[in-house]
Design a binder for this molecule. Sequence first.
Ligand code: GTQ
Length: 369
Amino acid sequence: MGAEEHTWSPELEAFHEEIERYYLGPLWAVIQGVITKEPATDAVPYLWKWSVIRERVLRSGELVTPERGGERRVIYLENPGLKAKGIPMAATRTLYAGIQLLLPGEVAPSHRHIQGAIRFILEGEKAYTTVEGEKVYMEKGDFILTPPWTWHDHGHEGTEPMMWMDGLDVPLLDRLKVSFFEPYPEDRHPVKYPPNYSALRYAGGMMRPVGARRGEGGYPSSLILYTWEQTQRALDRLSELEADPCDGYALEYINPNNGESADARIGSWIQKLAPGMHTQAHRHVSSAVYHVKEGRGYTVINGERFDWEAGDFFVVPPWAWHEHVNTGETEAYLFSINDRPVMEKLGLEREEAHPTGWQDVVRVFEPLR
Ligand code: GTQ
C-alpha cells in the first residue's frame, strides 16, 4: 500500500528525498498505509501445539534457572507476523503470553513492573505466587492476578514441575515506551496475609467482605485468586441458560471492587462450549490469545480452520472473523486474554456479525509438531 501504488514522476521522487533530508515527510505517499480503511493486521492467526511447547518448557528447566537478570523461566508465543516485523514478545500487538516453569524448591525472585499480569494454571501443585504479601497457592484452572506495580514472587513447595500461562500487556506498553521495573531487594517479599486470603474473603462471589481493602477508584482488584472450583460452578450455572451466539457460555473475570475487567488493561475470559456447539462468526477490533483448557474442536479464523485439543494455544488477531466448534464428546473450555478493556477505554472497540453466520473454510492450518 501507499507509495507502491503510485508512480511518482522523477521530479516528485527527488522532492520526497529532498524533504526527507530535513526530517519532513510527504503525507500523500504514506497515508493509505497508515490510516487504513479497516484494521490492517500484521499479527497472523496462529496455533501452537501443547506437545511442542511442553517438551521445550521442560527442557528449559535443564538449561536455565529463574534467577535475577532473567527473573523468570518462560517460553513465550511469538506471532510469526510480528516476529517478521521485529516486534518483541508479541502474540498480538498488545498481548504477550508465555508458559512459565518452576521446579520444586525454586524461587522466581520478587519484583514489580507496570505491566499487568494474569496467570492461568496448567499443571502441577503446591507452587505459589505471592502478590503484595498474599500467598496464593496455584492449582490447575485457577486464575491469578498480579496487578501493575505489585510485588510478586513465585515459589514451589511441591515435588513435580509446575507450569502456568502468563498473560501480560507487554507489547502494548513497549509500543508506548512506558515501562517501569523494580527488583525487590530480597528474593521473597514478606507474607502479610493468610494463604489464599482474597479467595476466602470473596468466596461468596457476589458479596464483598465488610471493610475490604480497596485501592483508589476500586483499583487494583482486591481479589487475586479466582479458583477453578468457583469458575466451574459459575459456568455450570450459566450453561443452564441460553448460550451467547458468538461466544458460547462465556464469563469475564472481574474486579469485584468496580465490576470492570479483573486487570484494568487485560481482559480475561473463560468459555464453555457444549458438545456439538458451533458459534456464530463475528469480528472485533480487540485481539485475543486462547488456551484450550479442556476438550477438542476447531476455530475458523478468516476462513482457515485451526484444529485444537487440550493445552493448545492460538491467536485471534484484530478484526479477524472467528467462530468456535466443539467436535468432542465432552465440554470444551477455552481460557483467553484480550485487549478489549484497552480498546473500550480508548473508544476503539467495534464488532461486526458475519453476514452469513458461518464462514466458508478455505484452508486448514498445519501446526508445527
Ligand atoms: O512472572 O513476573 O512471563 O515479569 C514475563 C515477565 C512472567 C512474572 C512473564 C514477568 C513474569
